[in-house]
Design a protein around this ligand. Structure first.
Ligand code: NAP
Ligand code: SF4
Length: 679
């Protein structure tokens, strides 16, 4: 038994397969599936995670037939056609001693291609295509397609399959009255609605025999009206066990659900209680999922008997070596997923290959490698924000001697402000990871030191990386210098008092963050939601008793904002358009629930003791406010650049110092790592 995380790291038998620990890398669509040279890249990506200690990996979803494709473009192939290509993936994982399942996912009415099918011809709210209603023969053929795809998967080296039965895809659509209006043996009463999933498992087991792992992904809560009841979910779990499933995985929420399930505002381990329900009902192993991002929280789940395994997906984008680090007592060196979705899901939603904000190498393993430098040099990195620390770590990993200078008394930069926002406490994990890694790599870190050009010249360094960040943009309007006007730094960092009535100028990411921060009933800094699972569930109307179909409760308890807040922007476009695609709807909804007002299309006139005077069209209006907070973007801070260049020191600008337009931590870290990998 392992000394650290003894439950998480203990072996487990799944069907006929022995797994070395309880950690599953859950299925994620990365976009490599459709990319040029995608199979080789996938092989490298998964092999790195297998080498990192994960016991069992699951691929992104692959359809068992052409109609079930997600519809992600020309490169997407249904499984029987692309089976041989998958040997590249399975061989790479096996070479590392790993085990991997193919996820078979039939997209049903979520498919973005016109030849889509579903139990009933009902269009999904998130799709423009109306599905064709499957007839009895087509249903039989689809079941057969799942079974034969599984056989092919094992022939090309997979250890089994995960049969996707949640998230609102085809199997879910059969299970739920919301989307299944059939009157034949595949619809109507529960026994009929569950038949499709049970038949897929039964038929698949029949033709594969006992050897391959059959994992069934069960929706433990649908989070949409017209979903399954709690009793149906328990019965489904038992029936899947009876039909031959070896293990059950937890699926949470349909894609059209209006309740967040994985983003930062969801507390860690928020849905483990729903996994516990089915774990108590079956004797096969059950896997917990969603917002589990540290070995400590994963260990708690197994130790408490809530689940037998833990699935993490994004945490393995953030750190491929998560399990090995945990197993060797180096958990403080794990680069933790902060649930921002910015580089993974948001990339996928905009047709790009996923990567990770805190680890730009994710899904770039074949092109972005950190190699020992041919000639070690001495570098100074100025600025200890996300870009600066990432540059310092990468340079030190390459064998360069690095000195890092930070003007504040701690590392973190803008992340130190972000972590004050409710739901963003995980951002401090990034600073913890970089600090621990800088320490291990023996980087000289100088805190509370505002360097001058003189500190960096005269041959002390072979090059300087300026990661000095940004300064808030000042407003050029009458009253901007008044005492009742604050910058976002005054609010987050200096914690200056903020009145009851607040006008926020600028509705970018930081304007939204400030609004969220100021809605708190409590004193700023009291991170009410970060571990308050019950508060999160009641606020979003999750029925923990699962008596309501789909687990959506009508009894929501929303904490209204203690402050009267108006968020302003000059643009007439939708508020939150610059936030991430996968999170903006929930961030906007959370503020609306709390009573924050949105005022768009404004021209700013002046600020006085009464508040913010704006013009909308021809009408002048007063936004009554005790405090006006300016979140109008930033300007680059790079005042050392000219002096260093005059002294002949090679200078590299990264992050906000390079350019503040469309700056975010993703760009800063990516730029930092790529630069440091190159110079
Ligand atoms: P930002 O996204 O550029 O937003 C600044 C806002 O200020 C704009 O929406 C703009 O809206 C307004 N503005 C610009 N110039 C102005 C001026 N001269 N006078 C008045 N208003 C002006 O910048 P940010 O909010 O400071 O965020 C910085 C970066 O961090 C962004 O890239 C952001 O995406 C990222 N970030 C993201 C998140 C998140 O995704 N949740 C959170 C925090 C930060 P109008 O022109 O319409 O008025
Ligand atoms: Fe996690 Fe953000 Fe990285 Fe996605 S981009 S894996 S959410 S840290």
């Amino acid at each position: 038994m392992s000394d650290v995380y003894p439950n998480l790291l203990s072996p487990i038998k799944v069907g006929q397969t022995e797994l070395k620990n309880r950690v599953l890398m859950g299925s994620m669509h990365t976009g490599l599936e459709e990319a040029t040279n995608g199979y080789a890249r996938m092989g490298t990506f998964y092999a790195e995670r297998a080498r990192g200690g994960v016991a069992l990996l699951v691929t992104g979803g692959v359809s068992p037939n052409a109609q079930g494709k997600l519809g992600l473009g020309e490169g997407e192939r249904a499984f029987p056609d692309c089976a041989e290509k998958h040997r590249t993936v399975t061989n790479a994982v096996r070479a590392e001693g790993g085990k991997i399942l193919l996820q078979l996912l039939h997209a049903g009415r979520y498919s973005k291609q016109p030849d889509l099918v579903a139990p009933s011809a009902i269009r999904a709210s998130i799709n423009k295509f109306v599905p064709h209603e499957l007839n009895g023969d087509e249903i039989g053929q689809t079941i057969e397609d799942f079974a034969t795809a599984t056989v092919r998967a094992t022939e090309v080296g997979y250890d089994g399959v995960e049969l996707m039965g949640s998230e609102g895809y085809l199997v879910s659509e059969f299970l739920c009255p919301r989307t299944n209006k059939r009157e034949d043996e595949w619809g109507g009463v529960w026994e009929n609605r569950k038949r499709f999933f049970i038949e897929i498992v039964r038929r698949t087991r029949e033709i594969t025999g006992p050897a391959p792992i059959l994992m069934a992904r069960v929706s433990i809560i649908d989070l949409v009206e017209g979903g399954m009841t709690g009793a149906e979910i328990i019965d489904l779990a038992k029936s899947l066990e009876g039909a031959g499933a070896d293990i059950l995985n937890s699926g949470i929420g349909w894609h059209e659900a209006q309740i967040p399930t994985i983003m930062h505002s969801v507390p860690r381990n928020a849905f483990v209680w729903a996994t516990r329900r089915i774990n108590q009902a079956v004797s096969i192993p059950v896997i917990a999922s969603n917002r589990i991002n540290t070995p400590e929280r994963a260990e708690e789940i197994i130790a408490a008997g809530d689940a037998d395994m833990v699935s993490m997906a994004r945490p393995f984008l953030a750190d491929s070596n998560f399990v090995n680090k945990a197993a060797t007592g180096r958990a403080d060196e794990i680069n933790t997923c902060i649930a921002c979705n910015q580089a993974c899901l948001d990339n996928i939603f905009s047709g790009r290959i996923a990567t990770c904000l805190v680890n730009p190498r994710a899904c770039r393993e074949t092109e972005l490698n950190i190699e020992i430098a041919g000639k070690p040099r001495r570098y100074a990195v100025v600025g200890g924000g996300p870009g600066g620390v990432a540059a310092a770590v990468t340079l030190a990993e390459r064998g360069h001697a690095v000195s890092l200078f930070e003007a504040e008394d701690r590392l973190g930069g803008q992340f130190n402000m972000a972590q004050a926002v409710p739901g963003k406490a995980d951002y401090r994990e990034t600073t913890r990871y970089f600090s621990a890694t800088l320490n291990r790599l023996e980087v000289e870190v100088h805190l509370s030191m505002r360097v001058t050009v003189g500190d960096l010249v005269d041959g002390k360094f072979d090059g300087v990386i300026l990661a000095t960040g940004v300064v808030p943009r000042k407003m050029e309007i009458e009253g901007a210098e008044r005492a009742n006007v604050l910058s976002y730094i005054d609010v987050f960092a200096a914690r200056k008092p903020v009145g009851k009535r607040v006008a926020i100028i600028g509705a970018g990411g930081i304007g939204f963050d400030v609004a969220e921060f100021l809605t708190q009933m409590y004193e700023p800094g009291n991170l009410v939601h970060d571990s308050d699972i019950a508060g999160f569930l009641t606020e979003w109307g999750v029925d923990q008793g699962l008596t309501e179909p789909g687990g959506v409760s009508r009894n929501r308890h929303v904490m209204r904002s203690a402050r009267d807040i108006t968020l302003c922007q000059r643009s007439e476009a939708r508020f939150g358009r610059t936030l991430g695609k996968s999170t903006s709807w929930a961030i906007r909804a959370a503020l609306q629930m709390k009573g924050v007002k949105f005022l768009g299309g404004v021209a700013y006139c002046r600020i006085d003791a009464d508040g913010l005077h704006v013009q909308i069209g021809n009408e002048e209006r007063l936004v009554e406010a005790d405090t006006v907070v300016v979140c109008a973007g930033q300007e680059p801070l790079r005042d050392l650049k000219d002096g260093l260049e005059s002294a002949g020191v090679p200078v590299h600008l990264i992050g906000g110092a390079d350019g503040s337009a469309e700056l975010d931590a993703q760009r800063a870290i990516d730029q930092a790592v790529r630069l440091a990998a190159r110079i």
